[in-house]
Design a binder for this molecule. Sequence first.
Ligand SMILES: Cc1ncc(COP(=O)(O)O)c(C=O)c1O
Length: 380
Amino acid sequence: MFNKTIDRSGTNALKLERYKEYKEAIPAWVADMDFESPKCVIEALEERVKHGIFGYTSTDDDTKNAIVNFIKRYHGWSFDKDSLVFTSGVVASLNIACKMLKPNESVITTTPIYPYFLSAPENMDRKVRAVAMREIEGRWSIDFDEFERNIDADCKLFLLCNPYNPGGTVFTKDELLKIGEIALKHDLIICLDEIHAELVLNKNAKHIPIASLSPQIADKTITLMAPSKTFNIAGLQSSFAVIENAKLRARFEKSMGHINGGVNLLALTATKAAYEGGDEWLREVKEYLAENLQIVKEFVKNCPPLRLLDMDATYLAWIDCRALNTNAWQLFLKGGVVLNDGKSFGGGGDGFVRLNFAMPRVVLKEVLARMEKAVRLCTN
Ligand SMILES: Cc1ncc(COP(=O)(O)O)c(C=O)c1O
């Protein structure tokens, strides 16, 4: 089913619209999939639309239970449904978390990182310090000593994502415990974006929600999750924060105020349907993505001097093109592929490109053929 090529033109798809002047270029950038969402989601939306009245809608217990049960089933993490706070997106939640801080308090994060981690503190006029991700034993991770040295007295919030974007690292239990230990020692709130949690493609890796590790860590944690990446419904704008500590939850809700209206009714409909009935689709899409990842890895291996470190999760390959000594994003754009420019992910991202490989295999093969040709032209 994922081999089907679907024309997305005329749907205002951001993936196509942003670079539409490059008519012949294949878009392989922003993080959504070129696949249809699960049938159960499409049918639930059709059913809801048929009703014809789209008035104010409350968040219901059935949807909350669907979320709680799904997270328990997938990640072995149980929490009370009252810990849920709905928002219209994880990016909105990152901004809400930063707004919680007092004006003189600051944020710490890591780079390169999904760009909105850096813009969220800036939007809220909070200082942000970024610590570089390091290549450690063939994968992207954090040098915890270096990280700890960068924590100032005014630092109150640690923004991180796991699985990591870009780079696809799934932090191990030991790494997460270390993060928890540092946060407790320095009295940091952990705001962990786990939006890619279900898209672990490496069978030897397991996503662990950091708040599941201990009540002490849970007490300091805001976990941001969503069905949007998992079931390809980003345009519906559905997400939620899980905040078990009632005081912290109240702070988050106060910061949110009525600036963010939470999820809309179609988002709620899709979320419930996906979490209740999307398991089989999810199993299949992960299988397909894992095979696509293999193809991307083979391509990089055969296309020096490109490099790709081990990645566990996400459909976003973080390709190191630094040895090309050219503007790689431009090179590939001229070669007919739109990627994400690593530079936009902050410090350390320059010279990298991010390839979204969630597309039918026949399209992926064309993307990689174009990229290979561009590299050959540049290196010969
Ligand atoms: C790590 C990460 N967080 C958040 C988002 C976007 O979340 P939302 O669409 O819910 O705002 C993305 C999308 O690519 C992402 O990769």
